[in-house]
Ligand binder design. Structure first.
Ligand SMILES: NC(=O)c1ccc[n+]([C@@H]2O[C@H](COP(=O)([O-])OP(=O)(O)OC[C@H]3O[C@@H](n4cnc5c(N)ncnc54)[C@H](O)[C@@H]3O)[C@@H](O)[C@H]2O)c1
Length: 349
């Protein structure tokens, strides 16, 4: 089976590409190579005969038509997106353009291709989204697939809009769609502006370890390779038109997460003082959602999927990966905005 994966040079997309190639799929990786992309993430499969790369922007309908005609994929997995909440506060326009207009353009190209091929039943347009579309939870409760959408950031609003478009293309045009909404990912190749790499890399550099607000925000963490496995499971076995929540069943407050990472570093790379002494509380993110937590019953019961690692195991693998791959993250630290505090200006352009 040949997959067209959009955003395959990013964090999660590259994990999907690596796993799909390892499992025998042919993969076409389509990516615009924005600041968040890194082709090193897929270097291990770059020379594989079943792998191809297309440097294309999902807002470019003509280029998408060419890719569909040339590669004739059996399914699409759509991960390309602007993905950083803090950047969406400073510059929401790019999020509307890529996440909304780009998804619309890709849907139209996929639909045209699917219709021209005689509407093959096995075709899937798998849209990869986030649990942030559901907004914020209080101290209790879980997001199910029936939870009403209530996005709070420009990022989550743009992803919610893209989810609605995908659903509508399924209902109106019969395009065979499937959707997934996942909790926060972490693991190897995570771009160094995101929370967990920032914590690890600041600690290693002996810099302050920044924690937004009082560190009480709760996230449900999922190891990225488990997410990639869940996505291929949904692609293969998910029911048409259905959405699946994917979570790690690993809720943690940010402050507890930081302390876990510090404890791992104390063990595997001891310094002259405990890493936790570097923890510094900084101004909170505007509109910072308090808690996200996924009820993964549907994917577990219908498709038999569950995560393979606990948060402790996944964090240890991640910390060790960053220690062993310094050249990878050092090369990305010069990119625009990395290492700077973003998203504190709610009136940003
Ligand atoms: N990171 C998470 O914790 C998380 C959780 C749930 C869902 N998601 C979703 O998963 C997907 C991937 O997230 P990620 O963390 O890997 O993101 P990322 O920012 O690491 O990667 C995004 C990739 O998309 C590409 N891209 C951006 N704009 C593009 C465009 N206009 N045309 C073509 N390519 C473009 C980038 O070059 C990059 O390679 C996103 O849709 C995101 O909303 C992420």
């Amino acid at each position: 089976m040949k997959l067209l994966v959009t955003g395959g040079a990013g964090f999660i997309g590259s994990a999907v590409v690596r796993l799909a190639v390892a499992r025998g799929y042919a993969v076409v990786n389509l990516d615009a190579l924005t600041y968040a992309a890194c082709l090193e993430n897929v270097a291990s499969v770059a020379d594989h005969p079943d792998y191809a790369f297309e440097h294309v922007d999902i807002r470019d309908g003509t280029a998408l038509d060419t890719v569909f005609a040339q590669h004739r994929p059996d399914s699409v997995m759509h991960l390309a997106a602007e993905s950083h909440v803090d950047r969406s506060i400073d510059g929401p326009g790019a999020f509307i353009e890529t996440n909304v207009t780009g998804t619309y353009t890709l849907l139209q190209a996929a639909r045209k291709y699917w219709e021209e091929r005689g509407r093959p039943e096995g075709f899937r347009f798998h849209h990869i989204s986030t649990d942030e579309v559901y907004g914020s939870l209080g101290d209790t409760g879980l997001f199910t697939e029936e939870t009403a959408y209530a996005p709070n950031s420009p990022y989550s609003a743009s992803k919610a809009a893209s989810d609605h478009l995908v659903r509508a293309w399924g209902e109106t045009y019969g395009l065979p769609v499937v959707l997934t909404n996942c909790s926060n990912n972490y693991g190897p190749y995570h771009f160094p502006e995101k929370l967990i790499p920032v914590l690890i890399l600041n600690a290693l550099a002996g810099k302050d370890i920044p924690v937004y607000g009082a560190g009480k925000n709760v996230r449900d963490w999922l190891y990225v390779e488990d997410h990639a496995d869940a996505l291929l499971t949904v692609l293969e076995k998910g029911k048409l038109g259905r959405s699946y929540n994917i979570g790690g069943e690993n809720e943690a407050r940010n402050i507890d997460l930081v302390e876990m990472i510090c404890a791992i570093l104390d063990r595997v790379r001891p310094a002259n003082r405990p890493y936790a002494s570097l923890i510094t509380f900084v101004e909170d993110r505007p509109g910072h959602d308090l808690r996200y937590a996924i009820d993964p019953s549907r994917i577990r019961q219908e498709l038999g999927w569950r995560p393979s690692v606990t948060l402790e195991q996944g964090l240890e693998k991640t910390v060790r990966w960053y220690l062993e791959n310094e050249a990878w993250w050092r090369a990305l630290q010069d990119r625009d905005g990395v290492g700077k505090r973003l998203g504190t200006t709610p009136n940003g352009g």
